[in-house]
Design a binder for this molecule. Sequence first.
Ligand SMILES: [Zn+2]
Length: 279
Amino acid sequence: MLIDFHTHIFPEKIAARSIEALVAGIKREQGEDYGGGQPLTFRPATLEGLLQSMPAAGVTRSICLPIATKPSQTESINRFAEGIRSEQALSFGTVHPADPNAEAVLEDLAARGFKGIKLHLQFQLYDIDSPEVIRILKCAEKLGLLVIFHAGADIGLPPPVYTSPEKISHVLSEVRGDHLIAAHLGGWAMWDDVERYLVGTPVSLDTAFIRQFISPEQCKRIIRTHGADKILFGSDSPWENPADTLDFLRSLDLTEDEMDLITHKNALRLLGESECTAN
Ligand SMILES: [Zn+2]
Protein backbone atom coordinates (compact mmCIF):
# COMPACT_ATOMS: atom_id res chain seq x y z
CA MET A 1 0.00 0.00 0.00
CA LEU A 2 1.27 3.45 -0.92
CA ILE A 3 -0.49 6.56 0.36
CA ASP A 4 0.60 9.85 -1.20
CA PHE A 5 -0.08 12.39 1.53
CA HIS A 6 0.74 15.50 -0.51
CA THR A 7 -0.93 16.08 -3.89
CA HIS A 8 -2.71 18.94 -5.62
CA ILE A 9 -5.72 19.14 -7.91
CA PHE A 10 -7.89 22.01 -9.11
CA PRO A 11 -11.42 22.13 -10.49
CA GLU A 12 -11.36 21.30 -14.21
CA LYS A 13 -12.22 24.87 -15.27
CA ILE A 14 -9.28 26.58 -13.54
CA ALA A 15 -6.63 23.82 -13.48
CA ALA A 16 -4.58 24.88 -16.51
CA ARG A 17 -4.77 28.56 -15.59
CA SER A 18 -3.74 27.90 -11.98
CA ILE A 19 -0.70 25.87 -13.02
CA GLU A 20 0.29 28.57 -15.52
CA ALA A 21 0.24 31.20 -12.77
CA LEU A 22 2.30 28.98 -10.43
CA VAL A 23 4.84 28.20 -13.16
CA ALA A 24 5.19 31.94 -13.85
CA GLY A 25 5.99 32.45 -10.15
CA ILE A 26 8.63 29.70 -10.22
CA LYS A 27 10.29 31.24 -13.29
CA ARG A 28 10.18 34.67 -11.71
CA GLU A 29 11.98 33.34 -8.60
CA GLN A 30 14.30 30.78 -10.22
CA GLY A 31 14.96 32.30 -13.65
CA GLU A 32 13.31 31.74 -17.04
CA ASP A 33 15.55 28.71 -17.75
CA TYR A 34 14.36 26.76 -14.72
CA GLY A 35 13.41 23.25 -15.80
CA GLY A 36 15.43 23.49 -19.01
CA GLY A 37 12.36 23.97 -21.20
CA GLN A 38 10.67 20.81 -19.87
CA PRO A 39 7.14 21.02 -18.44
CA LEU A 40 7.27 21.50 -14.64
CA THR A 41 4.25 19.24 -14.02
CA PHE A 42 4.01 15.59 -15.06
CA ARG A 43 0.20 15.24 -15.26
CA PRO A 44 -2.91 17.41 -15.69
CA ALA A 45 -3.69 19.17 -12.39
CA THR A 46 -7.24 17.78 -12.24
CA LEU A 47 -8.87 14.96 -10.26
CA GLU A 48 -8.95 12.87 -13.42
CA GLY A 49 -5.26 13.56 -14.04
CA LEU A 50 -4.44 12.51 -10.49
CA LEU A 51 -6.50 9.29 -10.58
CA GLN A 52 -5.06 8.27 -13.95
CA SER A 53 -1.48 8.83 -12.76
CA MET A 54 -1.72 6.80 -9.56
CA PRO A 55 -1.56 3.15 -10.78
CA ALA A 56 1.70 3.64 -12.70
CA ALA A 57 3.39 4.87 -9.52
CA GLY A 58 1.70 2.20 -7.36
CA VAL A 59 -0.17 4.83 -5.33
CA THR A 60 -3.34 3.38 -3.79
CA ARG A 61 -4.62 6.59 -2.25
CA SER A 62 -3.89 10.31 -2.55
CA ILE A 63 -4.50 13.14 -0.12
CA CYS A 64 -5.27 16.42 -1.93
CA LEU A 65 -4.28 19.70 -0.32
CA PRO A 66 -6.18 22.83 -1.40
CA ILE A 67 -5.30 26.38 -0.37
CA ALA A 68 -7.55 29.42 0.04
CA THR A 69 -5.52 32.53 -0.73
CA LYS A 70 -8.40 34.75 0.51
CA PRO A 71 -11.11 34.03 3.09
CA SER A 72 -13.84 34.46 0.46
CA GLN A 73 -12.60 31.36 -1.42
CA THR A 74 -12.93 29.04 1.56
CA GLU A 75 -16.50 27.90 1.08
CA SER A 76 -16.29 26.96 -2.59
CA ILE A 77 -12.91 25.24 -2.17
CA ASN A 78 -14.22 23.17 0.74
CA ARG A 79 -17.33 22.22 -1.24
CA PHE A 80 -15.10 21.00 -4.10
CA ALA A 81 -12.86 19.18 -1.60
CA GLU A 82 -15.82 17.36 -0.07
CA GLY A 83 -17.21 16.43 -3.47
CA ILE A 84 -14.15 14.49 -4.68
CA ARG A 85 -14.00 12.05 -1.73
CA SER A 86 -13.56 8.42 -2.87
CA GLU A 87 -11.55 5.28 -2.07
CA GLN A 88 -8.65 6.68 -4.12
CA ALA A 89 -8.69 10.34 -3.18
CA LEU A 90 -9.38 12.33 -0.07
CA SER A 91 -9.06 16.09 0.20
CA PHE A 92 -8.25 18.12 3.25
CA GLY A 93 -10.11 21.36 3.75
CA THR A 94 -8.87 24.92 3.81
CA VAL A 95 -9.21 27.94 6.06
CA HIS A 96 -7.62 31.40 5.92
CA PRO A 97 -5.99 32.98 9.01
CA ALA A 98 -7.62 36.34 8.16
CA ASP A 99 -11.09 34.78 8.43
CA PRO A 100 -12.75 36.06 11.62
CA ASN A 101 -14.91 32.90 11.53
CA ALA A 102 -11.98 30.48 11.25
CA GLU A 103 -13.12 28.46 14.27
CA ALA A 104 -16.62 28.02 12.84
CA VAL A 105 -15.10 26.92 9.51
CA LEU A 106 -13.05 24.27 11.33
CA GLU A 107 -16.06 23.03 13.33
CA ASP A 108 -18.03 22.74 10.10
CA LEU A 109 -15.21 20.81 8.40
CA ALA A 110 -14.93 18.38 11.32
CA ALA A 111 -18.72 17.83 11.26
CA ARG A 112 -18.56 17.12 7.51
CA GLY A 113 -15.98 14.36 8.04
CA PHE A 114 -12.82 16.18 6.94
CA LYS A 115 -9.64 14.65 8.41
CA GLY A 116 -7.64 17.85 8.35
CA ILE A 117 -6.77 21.17 6.76
CA LYS A 118 -3.93 22.59 4.70
CA LEU A 119 -2.28 25.92 5.37
CA HIS A 120 0.13 27.58 2.97
CA LEU A 121 1.27 30.68 4.78
CA GLN A 122 3.56 31.87 1.93
CA PHE A 123 0.29 32.55 0.08
CA GLN A 124 -1.74 33.48 3.15
CA LEU A 125 0.89 35.92 4.50
CA TYR A 126 0.75 35.07 8.20
CA ASP A 127 3.57 33.71 10.35
CA ILE A 128 2.84 30.26 11.72
CA ASP A 129 3.55 31.56 15.22
CA SER A 130 1.18 34.56 14.84
CA PRO A 131 -1.92 34.69 17.08
CA GLU A 132 -4.19 34.25 14.03
CA VAL A 133 -2.58 30.94 13.08
CA ILE A 134 -2.06 29.66 16.63
CA ARG A 135 -5.81 30.11 17.15
CA ILE A 136 -6.39 27.79 14.15
CA LEU A 137 -3.83 25.21 15.36
CA LYS A 138 -5.41 25.10 18.83
CA CYS A 139 -8.93 24.77 17.49
CA ALA A 140 -7.87 21.98 15.09
CA GLU A 141 -6.19 20.13 17.95
CA LYS A 142 -9.37 20.34 20.02
CA LEU A 143 -11.49 19.07 17.11
CA GLY A 144 -9.09 16.24 16.20
CA LEU A 145 -8.25 17.75 12.80
CA LEU A 146 -4.79 17.31 11.29
CA VAL A 147 -3.01 20.43 10.04
CA ILE A 148 -0.56 20.05 7.18
CA PHE A 149 1.31 23.16 6.16
CA HIS A 150 3.89 24.24 3.62
CA ALA A 151 7.18 24.57 5.50
CA GLY A 152 10.35 26.40 4.55
CA ALA A 153 11.04 28.53 1.50
CA ASP A 154 8.84 28.24 -1.58
CA ILE A 155 10.32 27.71 -5.03
CA GLY A 156 7.86 30.17 -6.58
CA LEU A 157 7.36 32.82 -3.89
CA PRO A 158 9.68 35.46 -2.46
CA PRO A 159 10.85 35.71 1.18
CA PRO A 160 10.14 36.26 4.04
CA VAL A 161 9.59 32.66 5.09
CA TYR A 162 6.39 32.54 7.15
CA THR A 163 6.81 28.90 8.22
CA SER A 164 10.48 28.39 9.01
CA PRO A 165 11.52 25.45 11.20
CA GLU A 166 12.32 27.94 13.97
CA LYS A 167 8.84 29.54 13.81
CA ILE A 168 7.25 26.07 13.78
CA SER A 169 9.15 25.23 16.97
CA HIS A 170 7.55 28.28 18.65
CA VAL A 171 4.01 26.88 18.28
CA LEU A 172 4.96 23.79 20.29
CA SER A 173 4.57 25.77 23.52
CA GLU A 174 0.91 26.36 22.48
CA VAL A 175 -0.13 22.96 21.06
CA ARG A 176 1.09 19.38 21.53
CA GLY A 177 2.08 19.15 17.87
CA ASP A 178 1.19 15.54 17.16
CA HIS A 179 -1.61 16.74 14.82
CA LEU A 180 0.82 18.86 12.80
CA ILE A 181 2.50 17.83 9.54
CA ALA A 182 5.28 20.05 8.19
CA ALA A 183 5.59 19.51 4.44
CA HIS A 184 8.88 19.30 2.53
CA LEU A 185 10.64 17.49 5.39
CA GLY A 186 9.97 20.34 7.81
CA GLY A 187 11.39 23.25 5.80
CA TRP A 188 12.09 23.35 2.09
CA ALA A 189 15.73 24.31 1.47
CA MET A 190 16.17 24.98 5.22
CA TRP A 191 17.12 21.47 6.28
CA ASP A 192 19.95 22.52 8.60
CA ASP A 193 17.31 24.45 10.55
CA VAL A 194 15.06 21.37 10.53
CA GLU A 195 17.87 19.52 12.29
CA ARG A 196 18.32 22.42 14.70
CA TYR A 197 14.67 23.12 15.60
CA LEU A 198 12.33 20.28 14.59
CA VAL A 199 14.05 16.91 14.76
CA GLY A 200 12.77 15.00 17.77
CA THR A 201 9.57 17.08 18.18
CA PRO A 202 6.08 15.48 17.84
CA VAL A 203 5.53 17.15 14.41
CA SER A 204 5.33 14.78 11.43
CA LEU A 205 7.26 15.64 8.24
CA ASP A 206 6.40 14.73 4.64
CA THR A 207 8.79 13.93 1.79
CA ALA A 208 7.20 16.14 -0.89
CA PHE A 209 9.37 17.82 -3.54
CA ILE A 210 12.69 17.42 -1.78
CA ARG A 211 14.60 14.75 -3.69
CA GLN A 212 16.29 17.14 -6.14
CA PHE A 213 17.22 19.63 -3.45
CA ILE A 214 18.47 17.69 -0.38
CA SER A 215 21.47 15.40 -0.12
CA PRO A 216 20.55 11.74 0.42
CA GLU A 217 22.81 11.71 3.51
CA GLN A 218 21.01 14.60 5.17
CA CYS A 219 17.59 13.22 4.25
CA LYS A 220 18.39 9.83 5.77
CA ARG A 221 19.88 11.44 8.86
CA ILE A 222 16.74 13.56 9.41
CA ILE A 223 14.47 10.52 8.94
CA ARG A 224 16.54 8.45 11.40
CA THR A 225 17.03 11.09 14.08
CA HIS A 226 13.45 12.38 13.88
CA GLY A 227 12.03 8.85 13.75
CA ALA A 228 10.50 7.05 10.76
CA ASP A 229 7.22 6.88 12.72
CA LYS A 230 6.83 10.63 12.04
CA ILE A 231 7.67 10.68 8.32
CA LEU A 232 4.95 10.58 5.64
CA PHE A 233 5.32 9.70 1.97
CA GLY A 234 4.27 12.71 -0.10
CA SER A 235 5.22 13.67 -3.65
CA ASP A 236 3.71 17.11 -4.35
CA SER A 237 2.17 15.64 -7.51
CA PRO A 238 1.73 17.11 -10.16
CA TRP A 239 5.06 18.87 -9.45
CA GLU A 240 6.83 15.56 -8.76
CA ASN A 241 5.94 12.06 -9.91
CA PRO A 242 5.39 9.81 -6.86
CA ALA A 243 7.31 7.07 -8.68
CA ASP A 244 10.39 9.33 -8.49
CA THR A 245 9.75 10.13 -4.80
CA LEU A 246 9.58 6.39 -4.10
CA ASP A 247 12.80 5.71 -6.04
CA PHE A 248 14.57 8.39 -4.04
CA LEU A 249 13.37 6.95 -0.71
CA ARG A 250 14.38 3.44 -1.80
CA SER A 251 17.85 4.74 -2.65
CA LEU A 252 18.30 5.75 1.01
CA ASP A 253 18.48 2.10 2.02
CA LEU A 254 16.05 2.35 4.91
CA THR A 255 14.80 -0.82 6.61
CA GLU A 256 11.62 -2.52 5.47
CA ASP A 257 9.94 -1.51 8.74
CA GLU A 258 10.90 2.14 8.21
CA MET A 259 9.58 2.06 4.63
CA ASP A 260 6.28 0.50 5.78
CA LEU A 261 5.82 3.30 8.29
CA ILE A 262 6.64 6.01 5.73
CA THR A 263 4.64 4.63 2.79
CA HIS A 264 1.37 3.90 4.62
CA LYS A 265 1.38 2.94 8.31
CA ASN A 266 1.90 6.46 9.67
CA ALA A 267 -0.72 7.84 7.26
CA LEU A 268 -3.31 5.29 8.39
CA ARG A 269 -2.56 6.05 12.04
CA LEU A 270 -2.94 9.81 11.54
CA LEU A 271 -6.13 9.35 9.49
CA GLY A 272 -7.51 7.17 12.29
CA GLU A 273 -7.77 4.05 10.15
CA SER A 274 -6.37 0.58 10.56
CA GLU A 275 -4.59 -1.29 7.79
CA CYS A 276 -7.32 -3.87 7.25
CA THR A 277 -10.20 -1.40 6.75
CA ALA A 278 -8.44 0.54 4.02
CA ASN A 279 -7.61 -2.34 1.63
ZN1 LIG B 1 2.47 21.12 -2.31
